[in-house]
Design a binder for this molecule. Structure first.
Ligand SMILES: C[S@@+](CC[C@H](N)C(=O)[O-])C[C@H]1O[C@@H](n2cnc3c(N)ncnc32)[C@H](O)[C@@H]1O
Length: 188
């Protein structure tokens, strides 16, 4: 957890849900502050693949400008129900019980937080048609690495390598903590 002094109230509610459920895959605060900041730069529809306990959604929501909308997709019905309670009465957030692939008809998005392992592994081909020109794809949970090609646990990290070299995106790896980095890929 971050040493930053506070988190927005909506994020605290999602943290509480994560704790109650013993859910350990929520994004960390360092990523959350980045999501909130990127969300503030966006208009239109933002999307998240993999809602979990709503922590990433809450960070995105905390940064969103008036008029923007967030769609978040989760295939676990129990999580969907619980996260809908967190955002009850907030028409700017739609928590969908859906497979991540089912969000495609709602594209293009101005920001896509790609947080389902299978979707990440699908690589830039999958995401290229889902984001508008200038739109961001955000992928977290990387371990900072100074080598090229990027390595993880003794092997080339082909997911990271693909994202960093795909000509349809301008991609940067940003360290959000000494042990955590995030890819931000901007659609050309
Ligand atoms: C890493 S967690 C998401 C964490 C969340 N984005 C956050 O930042 O707090 C990944 C989530 O994706 C969901 N998931 C896995 N496969 C999925 C699929 N095919 N479609 C939709 N959701 C899926 C899991 O149930 C899990 O809740």
């Amino acid at each position: 957890m971050s040493a930053l002094p506070h988190v927005p109230g909506i994020v605290a509610r999602a943290h509480e849900l994560s704790r109650r459920r013993g859910f350990v895959s929520s994004c960390r605060n360092e990523t959350g502050w980045l999501l909130a900041s990127l969300a503030t730069s966006r208009t239109g529809t933002l999307a998240e693949l993999g809602t979990g306990c709503g922590v990433g959604s809450a960070w995105l929501r905390s940064g969103m400008r008036a008029g923007a909308h967030l769609l978040t997709a989760e295939h676990d019905a129990g999580l969907v129900e619980a996260v809908r309670e967190i955002f009850a009465g907030d028409e700017t957030v739609s928590v969908l019980e859906a497979d991540w692939k089912d969000l495609a008809p709602e594209a293009p998005f101005s920001l896509l937080f790609l947080d389902v392992r299978e979707a990440k592994r699908a690589g830039p081909d999958m995401a290229a048609d889902l984001v508008e020109p200038g739109g961001f794809v955000v992928l977290d949970d990387f371990t900072p690495c100074a080598t090229w090609p990027p390595m993880y646990q003794g092997r080339v990290d082909t997911v990271r390598q693909q994202w960093l070299t795909d000509s349809r995106f301008s991609t940067v790896e940003v360290m959000v903590a000494s042990d955590a980095s995030v890819l931000i890929a901007t659609r050309r």
